[in-house]
Ligand binder design. Sequence first.
Ligand SMILES: [Ca+2]
Ligand SMILES: [Ca+2]
Length: 378
Amino acid sequence: MNRVLITALPLVLLACSSENATGQNSAAAAEKPFKTSVIADFDSPWAMTFLPDGRALITEKAGEMILFDPKNGTKIPVAGMPKVDSAGQGALMDIVLSPTFGQDRKVYFSFSESGPGGKGVALATGIFNQASDGTTKLDGVKTIFRATPYIEGNGHYSGRIAFSPDGKYLFFTNGERQKFDPAQDPKATLGKVLRLNLDGTPAAGNPLAAKGFHPAVWSYGHRNLLGIAFDKDGRLWEQEMGPKGGDEVNLIKPALNYGYPKVSNGDHYDGKPIPDHSAHDGYEAPKVWWNPVISPAGLLYYSGDLFPQWKNSLFIGGLSSKALVRVKLDGENAAKADQWDMGARIREVEQGPDGALWLLEDGGQGSQGRLLKLTPAN
Ligand SMILES: [Ca+2]
Ligand SMILES: [Ca+2]
């Protein structure tokens, strides 16, 4: 097959092929309300975002950022990226455009790195520039925030980015690094949702600073937060990989403690029980949780017109579940809606300019790292 597959290749056809290893049968595939087209293939992609001109920036785990043009399949490497420590769950992680991208071409991205004390997740900015010969780079790359503290290990960095609807604040997720207790440690940014100014400094008025918390903390008691998104009414939704049987979608509110590792509807992977959430225990319970787990990676709030029936839904990419998962929102409530078998670990979900859904497969454990475009079946 060609390196770049711009021809639509419905998975319905793949599902009938003897080469298909997805385990789907064609009847189940045919029930999907979308057609899946394979657009391109990447090397362990992690995140993507669309530019105003319809091209996309795509991050790869080892540290490459790629400018991709869906119209012709062109891939251009973006120069100027910092050194990434991509061992284990480490990666060049999220990529989002600044709220002011139209004026200043600034982008924000996250990555894991080595530093004093061990490793941690960092947040950086750069100015996206493309020369007349097509070469592309980020100019003036600057790390503007680092997790506290850096510690040993290669897991649970998190590193997802979202901007408040007014464009004034940046919300950044820091995972608990598989060390459990940092999620409840007021001084650590680990296991927290953070609210920062656009220059990476902690936002004034964060709700726990006066109680001795790190001044960036917005909410705490989280595990591995691999998705964060605002809805049309300005509510902040978050998903996280919980312990065994405890993956979560949470509605994030300032100063609340979401419980980990003190309480969870799941239990530790080594079998040790964790008390479940219960009413009036002082911990904020998830709106939705999964047992068995789905291993949620990317999170998208859908606002497009191409799938009007899915407005006001969250879409979640599932790793171990090899699924695209839809959660229906209704004000402050959320409920499981759909879980489609995609036959591959799904790392990222994005909305295209026309409202199509775009997925990035994970690159490991049998998944190929393909870029998929979903459009209505009929
Ligand atoms: Ca994205
Ligand atoms: Ca439990």
